[in-house]
Design a protein around this ligand. Structure first.
Ligand SMILES: [Zn+2]
Length: 251
């Protein structure tokens, strides 16, 4: 390959078929953030492109500058880490595809986002492990990813007066940027914050799970409203992902 080629550690976060057997891909790379690439014969060549350029798989790829246009040309991609459980369980793939969509939308093109990448990568590793992921895994992923991207809501204290910890009568205000205590939020109509959600995402060593699933799905909906505002668009995969987490366990 030419001197200008470079290798990336990457996930495929979008694939669009074009031509007879080509693909236009968005790659989320550890080295250079999100970038778009053209894969000639991407739907055909299993020798150059392993495992069908599947989403949710960690790859090692070789990129070179395209002869024309702004896309990179993807020369080859090999699977860097198999994910046997993840790729064979549709519900886990739903969660992985949503994670891919969120990471893709949060990252501007061609800007390295190593912290976002490592949060994303850790969630994909988790999705490949038994037992089935929980609400807490999902909430932790979203909050960590938003933090890494610098757009997390304040959930540790009152946004206005910094009082902590959140208690009864507190609410969540997208407009304010997070939680408001009863004094600061007086007169405002906003969704209630349940103090049972405090620290739900923190990296506690005990693995006891949040038992009240419906309460946590309410919290997840607050994050959903937040993400909608941050991105100014609806992520359709999020609704699908929510229904997977709300459904039967053991997936
Ligand atoms: Zn306050």
């Amino acid at each position: 390959m030419g001197a200008q080629g470079f290798t990336v550690t990457a996930y495929v976060v979008r694939r669009v078929a074009t031509g007879e057997s080509d693909l236009v891909l968005s790659l989320f790379t550890r080295e250079r953030g999100r970038l778009d690439a053209y894969a000639r014969a991407g739907r055909k060549s299993r020798r150059r492109f392993q495992a069908g350029l599947s989403p949710c798989l960690l790859y090692q790829g070789l990129l070179v500058p395209a002869r024309r246009g702004s896309l990179w040309s993807l020369e080859e991609m090999t699977v860097a880490r198999p994910a046997q459980l993840l790729v064979t369980r549709p519900a886990r793939m739903v969660a992985g595809q949503y994670a891919s969509e969120l990471a893709r939308e949060l990252c501007p093109p061609e800007v390295p986002e190593p912290e976002v990448f490592s949060v994303f990568d850790a969630f994909l590793v988790r999705l490949d492990r038994p037992p089935a992921p929980t609400w807490r895994d999902w909430i932790r992923f979203e909050r960590d990813l938003l933090s890494a991207a610098g757009v997390a809501p304040e959930l540790g204290c009152c946004v206005a007066c910094r009082r902590a910890p959140p208690g009864d009568g507190w609410g969540f205000s997208v407009a304010a940027g997070g939680l408001l205590c009863p004094a600061c939020g007086r007169g405002q109509s906003m969704p209630v914050w349940d103090p049972a959600w405090n620290g739900i995402e923190s990296d506690v060593s005990d693995v006891s799970d949040v038992s009240d699933v419906s309460d946590v799905s309410d919290m997840s909906d607050l994050l959903g409203a937040w993400i909608f505002t941050v991105l100014n668009k609806k992520l359709h995969a999020r609704g699908l992902c929510r229904s997977v987490f709300a459904g039967p366990t053991g997936w």
